[in-house]
Design a protein around this ligand. Sequence first.
Ligand code: ADP
Ligand code: MG
Length: 728
Amino acid sequence: MSASPDSATTPRTARKNQSAPQKALEKLGLTRDIDLALHLPLRYEDETRITRLADAREGDTAQIEAVVTASEVVFRPRRQLLVTVDDGSDTCVLRFFNFYPSQQKALAVGTRIRARGELKSGFMGWTMMHPHCRTAGGELPAALTPVYPTVAGLPQPYLRKAVLSGLARAELANTVPEEIDGQIGPQPFWQLRKSLSFLHHPTPDVSLAQLEDRSHPAWQRLKAEELLAQQLSQLQSRRERDHLRAPVLSSVRKRGVGDFLHEQLLKALPFQLTAAQRRVCEEIATDLARPVPMHRLLQGDVGSGKTVVAALCAAICIGAGWQCALMAPTEILADQHFRKLIGWLEPLGVRVAWLTGSQKKKERTAMLALIESGEAGLVVGTHAVIQEQVQFKKLALAIIDEQHRFGVAQRLALRSKTNGDALEPHMLMMTATPIPRTLAMSYYADLDVSTIDELPPGRSPIVTKVVSEQRRDEVIERIRGQLAQGRQVYWVCPLIEESEALDLTNATQTHADLSEALNDSHVPPLRGSLPPGGAVPDLGRPGDTGAGVMVGLLHSRMPVAEKKAVMALFTSGQMGVLVSTTVIEVGVDVPNASLMVIEHAERFGLSQLHQLRGRVGRGTAASACVLMYSTGDAPRLGETARARLKAMVETSDGFEIARRDLDIRGPGEFLGARQSGAALLRFADLATDSELLAWAKEVAPLMLDQYPELARQHVSRWLGGKTDYLKA
Ligand code: ADP
Ligand code: MG
């Protein structure tokens, strides 16, 4: 073998003065020959044969060769060029609505041309709309013409040429040794080189259906190898991790010693753990007692009680004489955790430190000192926890709440906060958006998963209703009813992606409208929102509504102190209604809140809706979630929006929601939202390729054990520089 796959790679990044198409290639990640070779066609065009018009069928996409017999521009019903051609067996009218004079000239009467397009038969005979035309002559290609996925600024012919030369140069020797390839799994596979040359120029006799549904043996090979690369890389990082050392955080009782810290905490809690909580605590405690770093995902539906599990794990860690860090994605959530954990742990003598970006310098300095000296057993905070200045004396456990909200880089950073003596911290990641099993198997092979599959007792189910925006008044009536019973209400306004300002205007307007409606029994129906571009009114403070119902406003642009003040009023029960943009999405815990209204629910993603709904039904009161939708100018809701709202009504089980979300969006997008940066599967589809996944899972350990060099080449070929991300 002349060169290993990665030395055969010529990064084009170094070139200066790149042309626009070169830049576009790079944007697509097509920098190495192998990347180009692995850039596979979306579909194919068949230019290998000429169809006789007399033999054609309605709806065929066909290539004809014919002589132009007439050409005219007509103006009715609109300006268009009509070109009549005759191939000797029949005639056909080519119709162009947009055309250049040069095109018109090329289609002059008497010219012999090839035209490719969809054939329609009407009362005028055959027609083709906007066919692809060229002068006749030249040999017909022997293979189907590939059409590649591309981006603006990268024309198909340029890309085609780049891909084909990449394919010619790429190093494509087999990486899966024959013994393994021959022994295991679905047969027959083609070899990689053969598969790639075939997929880039398939012969015309191939079944297009097999290419399209990717069941062709060439596709099978590519999908299998892609899955193998993913499995190898995860297995590798798992093994690397097994060589690392982590502090042993034993929670096993020694004779003659009093209660451990976590046992004291358990006794002090106002409730009993559920069986599921006890089980996951056991699983985590077992990991923590091992000298290798834990890498575990704790998944549990919203409200399943993950925080107390985190607190107990922190207590095991602190009780063993080490430090624990808990990182949350938003300041509100971090603040809430901080209060809760202080309440639980400080009575037991644990010092809890607090770190956020908005902190005053003096406080921050004091906190940093507590952390550095080791005095603070627990550090709670936002991203601030992973900043460089933060020096832990002896960090042994890092807990990340709502892990899907963090970027991969941030997770890596927390892991690298080692404690000076080459011991890695254990990692516990928590999430309320569970990952369906097939995905977990594929994407988190490097991760152990614990699942809380039951809710604490005494929760009443949340009733979910979908109502049209036109029934806003009824919804407000319902809010009054809840307030009269001493309950609290969330009202969530959607995020309008194009414009944060507009977003605020909406939320602010809704806030004003609701304050008015709820404090005055004879107000007219609510006004709509302000027109786009309207001025953002003064942000009312919660107390402004006087003695009536306090309606608060929370959005991402508010200063942190104000946010906290609003949350505190809502948490303490003084505030009846909290109008908010999606900042409350994750983790907020106010058990007295019993009604959640989501405006423009059709704009939210399914897991986001589920998270939002999880803010209610946390206490014993019967709770409800109202999904208010608006179709805008459309006569009805779009199909996926309807599917999402329907799923919300039909189930409140987070696992079922995740499954449906996966159905609606497909794995790429499903994970994309969660796993920024991770290499996603391009070719394999976990829903249909479970057999190939099983193959990859079986082959990966064999290759790592018996052919480590080939395994390395395989991963490098498929994942290039992206492997780091897979470890996070
Ligand atoms: P999440 O899993 O969504 O983070 P939380 O940890 O915020 O859920 O818990 C939701 C609520 O349930 C909190 O008020 C918490 O104190 C309470 N809780 C947790 N575990 C139990 C339990 N075993 N019994 C009763 N209440 C519990
Ligand atoms: Mg939580």
